[in-house]
Design a protein around this ligand. Structure first.
Ligand SMILES: [Zn+2]
Length: 335
């Protein structure tokens, strides 16, 4: 295991030990706290003798993301008892429920914008991040991201990003400033190996979108039937404490749209190991005509599902569409 990770976890355990000791006091009335304290001491001792992170049953490594969520685990997934496995399953189900609760409302419409998305974890929980915040006259803020790591550890980072951006957006900083703050907070409050790629933007009532890409796959701009890959990108959020971000401005006409996706979409594989690819996604979007957010999300989701067929899901999937609505009469005319 990485030395930095070990140092971090050791510090976490020491903090936890300090708090437990304080809570347990000197009485024996809190027997559960005393037994927890004993477990923490056991983990610290295993760090000293080098057996930390090794399964007590098979002597192979314990899954790093499980250790990160709970440094007290001593058994790898394969060697849990039925009861332990059930408890873990219940924890994951609960985490999945919490995560679903963090997702934005589907199909939000405001000031001529229409937002829809498809969010699909590879397992029970996802390391992808998707949020939309209605800031009234300031417009609609949207973020789509992907944190390093999957499963439980990924979902914890995702929840962290979610809370952080919700707080920062309420302060109404300019987009570049907001990302700068987010990157600093994220890098100071997570492990050095943890970061997030993300696209963050603000759709204003006048049809202008401010957008910033922090190392995420290039968003696709659909305008009058043409697709442009927005290649401009900065470093992911959380890599360094002091990062700078650049913001672009795009003007949307009715029928234009923006498609943001996680690499779980472009790198999805069919049963023969062929990649879905950005080209296929672009072809599909091109064939769709003027952007209608819900219809486009449904078409992409269905095509991806059909493509993957029974192949195992390798990564979390997020596909997000921001569409500039056509005036009602044009819908009638086109129908
Ligand atoms: Zn084992």
């Amino acid at each position: 295991m990485e030395a930095t990770l070990n140092t971090f976890m050791r510090q976490q355990l020491l903090d936890r030990r300090h708090r437990l000791e304080h809570a347990a006091g000197h009485s024996d009335a809190h027997s559960h706290l005393h037994s927890l304290l004993k477990e923490v001491d056991g983990a610290l001792a295993r760090m000293e003798d080098g057996s930390f992170g090794i399964c007590e049953s098979c002597h192979e490594s314990i899954e790093p993301d499980r250790l990160m969520c709970d440094p007290l685990v001593r058994i790898c997934l394969d060697h849990l008892t039925g009861q332990e496995r059930d408890a873990l399953e219940r924890d994951l189900q609960l985490a999945a429920e919490v995560q679903r609760g963090l997702l934005p409302r589907q199909g939000l419409e405001r000031d001529g914008w229409h937002i829809c998305y498809h969010y699909e974890p590879a397992g029970l929980v996802s390391g992808d991040y998707c949020d939309v915040i209605d800031a009234g006259e300031a417009g609609l803020y949207f973020t789509v991201g992907d944190v390093s790591g999957k499963g439980m550890a990924g979902s914890m980072l995702m929840a962290h990003l979610h809370a952080m951006f919700r707080t920062l957006i309420s302060v109404r900083l300019p987009l570049a400033e907001m990302l700068k703050h987010a990157s600093r907070v994220f890098s100071e409050s997570t492990l050095p190996s943890q970061y997030a790629t993300l696209v963050c933007g603000r759709a204003k009532p006048d049809g202008v979108v401010e957008i910033c890409n922090a190392g995420h796959p290039p968003p696709l701009l659909v305008s009058r039937g043409n697709i442009t890959c927005l290649e401009q990108s900065d470093l992911p959020v959380g890599l360094f404490a002091s990062e700078e971000f650049s913001v672009s401005e795009l003007r949307f006409e009715p029928g234009d749209g923006l498609v943001i996706y996680s690499d779980g979409v472009s790198e999805a594989m069919d049963p023969d190991g062929v990649e879905y690819s950005t080209d296929r996604l672009q072809d599909l979007i091109r064939g769709h005509g003027p952007v209608n957010a819900p219809a486009l999300v449904a078409a992409c989701r269905d095509d991806l599902t059909a493509f993957r067929a029974h192949a195992r899901k390798m990564d979390d999937v997020t596909l997000f569409v921001l569409g500039r609505q056509l005036p009602a009469r044009e819908f009638v005319y086109m129908a």
